[in-house]
Design a binder for this molecule. Structure first.
Ligand SMILES: [Zn+2]
Length: 404
């Protein structure tokens, strides 16, 4: 995943440091269980991790002292000893997740359970990069102020191609390279930047519809097509993080030049721009809203129904190519992809089946709606940031900060 990571240091540390870090292993395992299943009980965690009641109690007590976890009495289940429900500590570490989309932005705060809670949102008054960064930076600063020293990272999901942790190009926002470092109020605070579709796919594989899959393919339509292949919970994002640009596979019309610079991109055949072209209308300013409006009127408007069907067919055909290439256990559809499929299921289904290699047709992977919906990118940004916090180094730094 594209990012500038606060974690991942080389293991050439002195033995004394490694021994000190080892004490975090039980704590990390307990916190990961709380993250995997919000509302989990101490008894449930002990059972899953194979801990005795005594050692589970000891670990959670230490995590309470460190301000990492809180416990409340669990409702009596009728059997067994009383237990507690594990929650993130109300004064514990948090990360700030930012989602920059074509038309608007949101910021959310997530505690150690990883679930983002939206704190502020707004529409772009202008897509001029400096203006967008300045407005969101103010919101991030306010969130940091509200949470004191608890903020451990700012993690940004952006509708853009991200390479080496920076934005290099965005058709949706009309950006070339944009510097997002101004989003953090303090340069010591780690800033992580990732492509929104990649992050949504990562979240879907962690908490969503692909949570049990070893190899998951996430495909989303907003302006064009994005997504990611996720293998064992990790997005396959290439050497510099700019992989997963499925929309720029040449599945489209070679006569059409894409804003990315290439010709024949799949992007141009599946979204609101494609539907407008089929209807002989000018390119929409907001292709996502335009596409949704076309779907809404397709039931009573034959030309709109036909245009939506052509887009769904182009989507199904390309998706078959990705399935042939990647052999996923499951495909999750985000953004406009699921409404498009639902609006023209026969065209989508026929194109998908026709594009699959013969041996795959009796047993194709399930193609399902993403479970996290429009919040996938925010979830993914939080997931990535917490992966850096929930490490031995991350917890040691938190504990040292409290002691200091
Ligand atoms: Zn392109």
């Amino acid at each position: 995943m594209p990012m500038t990571s606060p974690a991942g240091r080389p293991s050439s540390r002195p033995a004394s440091v490694r021994a000190r870090d080892a004490r975090w292993r039980g704590a990390l395992a307990v916190l990961e269980e709380m993250r995997r299943e919000p509302g989990v009980t101490r008894a449930g965690v002990a059972q899953r991790l194979g801990l005795t009641t005594g050692s589970a109690t000891e670990i959670t007590a230490r995590l309470r002292e460190l301000g990492l976890l809180a416990e409340t009495p669990a409702a009596a289940s009728g059997r067994g000893r009383p237990t507690t429900v594990l929650h993130p500590h109300p004064d514990g570490p948090v990360v700030i997740a930012v989602d920059i989309r074509q038309e608007d932005w949101r910021i959310a705060v997530a505690a150690l359970d990883g679930r983002p809670h939206v704190a502020e949102a707004g529409a772009h008054a202008s897509r001029e990069p400096g203006r967008v960064v300045a407005v969101i930076a103010e919101a991030v600063r306010r969130a940091c102020e509200r949470h004191g020293g608890r903020v451990r990272a700012v993690s940004v999901a952006v509708a853009a191609t991200v390479r080496h942790g920076g934005v290099v190009q965005s058709a949706a926002l009309g950006w070339d390279a944009v510097d997002l470092t101004g989003l953090v109020p303090d340069p010591r605070l780690p800033l992580l930047v990732g492509n929104d579709a990649t992050l949504a796919g990562a979240a879907e594989a962690r908490y969503g519809a692909a949570a049990t899959a070893g190899t998951a393919l996430h495909v989303t339509i907003e302006v064009g097509v994005g997504g990611t292949l996720v293998v064992d919970g990790r997005p396959v994002a290439g050497a510099a993080g700019a992989g997963g640009e499925f929309g720029h596979l040449p599945f489209g019309d070679p006569a059409l030049r894409c804003p990315c610079g290439a010709t024949g991109c799949w992007d141009l055949t599946v979204d609101g721009r494609a539907i407008a072209r089929h209807l002989g209308e000018p390119p929409p300013r907001d292709p996502r809203s335009y596409a949704q409006a076309a779907v809404d009127r397709a039931a009573r408007d034959a030309p709109a129904r036909s245009a939506v069907g052509r887009a769904a067919s182009a989507f199904g055909r390309g998706l078959a190519g990705l399935i042939n290439a990647f052999d996923p256990d499951i495909v999750t559809l985000g953004g406009f992809a699921e409404p498009l499929r639902a609006a023209a299921a026969p065209e989508f289904g026929t194109a998908l089946a026709d594009g699959l290699m013969r041996f795959r047709r009796p047993d194709p992977p399930p193609v399902v709606a993403a479970a996290l919906g429009g919040d996938g990118a925010l979830h993914g940004a939080a997931v990535t940031a917490l992966d850096g916090v929930l490490t031995e180094e991350g917890l040691s730094a938190w504990a040292a900060g409290r002691a200091g």
